[in-house]
Write a protein of this length. Structure first.
Length: 418
């Protein structure tokens, strides 16, 4: 099975320290305290702003060999489609996963905007269709539909978007949307529809994914629970005649040369939470998605969990971020070999798309790119994976003699991969 690796663009600031700490890059902190730069002052041209920092991460990610970046959509964060557009021409091949609510646009507007983006970038847009983490959050952005109906509407939304991409004369009468003879025309017809991802543990979310999504996304948690979600969504998809639905997994990574160094980093951030008295500030996403997390949280209340290392829920899988308000909440913590092994285990369960990131995102994109991604080189499709064996690939470039001499093609090849 092929495998893809995306990392994340932090659209609401870095969290190398606790959220709100002014030492974090970005300006998601108390405005009365000095920040560290990468702050948006609305003064274009005389300063570096947060988008410049995001641009560095995006470029770093693609240099490090990532296929794409995930952008989470929250009320207090930058808007993902806009960021995708701003950064598309600062990058060459990186894909951008833009999360959005169907309620924020119309199927036609989404189809046309996506077609323009796809044409301009060579098809680098991926959609993550979201429904909101709570009723209150949805009402705050003007969406009054109850939970399950939001998924019903999302189903119609995707149906209509596929209709516009697939036909110049799409006609449809639904409960939420309609179209009479619409569709992408002229050169826009050449654009590929974005890959469609979605997430959510509710029945409505899974049914929506089963019927309409290319990828169902999960948080890393107890592998047995991940396996059960995959089985469930696969079975539901088969009901709709779909055997090709794929699975993505989001998990933070604290990877270091030794296990002790990785654990020290987990302890560092957890201790910041203890010192600030914020332990147990839990990201709602983590709570909603994870039965394991809810169980562990109860243990925390019952005082059975006290230190950072009580929060491993499976080998190398640490839930500590979830206790100090840093979503998605779970991280793989360990030496490089252990992280590769854990990724392989999730891959064996059926995951083919990994979203892995660390803090700060820029430095950790390079670290993961250098120490983790090379282990998966032969299974990566479509990615320009950094390698030093291009000479063997017959790419037409002339090599300096010193490099080319003394080794035949086969020797050079096996040396680079070994
Ligand atoms: C990898 C991943 C990325 C997500 N990204 C977002 C996001 O950007 N914005 C958001 O509001 N919810 C996001 N979610 C949450 C889900 O889309 C969904 O709204 C949530 O899980 C609640 O679904 P449910 O109530 O139907 O179970 C994400 C979930 C996962 C697993």
């Amino acid at each position: 099975m092929s495998i893809e690796f995306f990392t994340r663009l932090p659209l609401h600031g870095e969290t190398f320290h606790l959220p709100g700490d002014p030492r974090n890059r970005g300006d998601w902190n108390n405005p009365s305290r000095p920040g560290t730069g990468a702050v948006s002052n609305f003064a274009v041209g005389d300063d570096f702003t947060y988008i410049d920092y995001l641009s560095q991460i995006a470029r770093g990610a693609e240099i490090a060999g990532f296929d794409g970046v995930l952008m989470v959509n929250t009320q207090f964060g930058e808007e993902p489609w806009i960021v995708s557009s701003l950064l598309a021409r600062e990058t060459k091949r990186l894909k951008f996963v833009a999360a959005f609510h169907p309620s924020s646009t119309s199927p036609w507007n989404a189809a046309q905007a996506a077609a323009t983006y796809q044409r301009a970038t060579g098809g680098r847009l991926v959609w993550n269709i979201i429904q909101g983490s709570s009723e209150a959050a949805q009402r705050a952005i003007g969406d009054e539909l109850p939970h399950d109906e939001r998924y019903e509407r999302a189903g119609e939304f995707v149906h209509a978007v596929r209709g516009y991409f697939g036909s110049e004369s799409f006609t449809y009468r639904g409960k939420y949307y309609s179209a009479s003879g619409g569709g992408l025309r002229g050169p826009l017809r050449k654009a590929p529809i974005p890959r469609i991802c979605t997430a959510g543990a509710s029945d409505a979310a899974k049914e929506f994914a089963a019927q309409h999504a290319d990828y169902y996304l999960l948080l890393a948690e107890d592998p047995a629970i991940v396996a059960e979600h995959i089985r469930d969504v696969r079975e539901r998809a088969l009901k709709y005649g779909r055997s090709d639905i794929q699975f993505g997994l989001s998990v933070d990574v604290i990877a270091r040369a030794t296990d002790a160094e990785a654990r020290a980093e987990a302890k560092r951030i957890f201790d910041e939470g203890v010192a600030a008295g914020v332990v147990d500030v839990v990201a709602s996403i983590t709570e909603q998605l994870s039965p394991t997390f809810q169980k562990r949280r109860k243990l925390y209340h019952d005082k059975e969990v006290r230190d950072y290392d009580d929060l491993f829920i499976a080998p190398n899988l640490w839930s500590g971020y979830g206790y100090i308000g840093i979503p998605p909440g779970f991280a793989l913590v360990g030496d490089y070999a252990a992280i590769v092994e854990r990724i392989r285990e999730f891959q064996a369960l059926g995951i083919s798309l990994f979203f892995i990131a660390g803090y700060p995102h820029l430095e950790e994109a390079y670290r993961i790119g250098e120490h983790i991604l090379p282990h998966f080189r032969s299974e990566r499709v479509g990615a320009r994976v950094p390698a030093n064996d291009d000479a063997a690939a017959g790419d037409g470039f002339e090599r300096p003699l010193a490099f080319a001499s003394g080794l035949d093609t086969k020797q050079r090849h096996s040396g680079a991969n070994g």
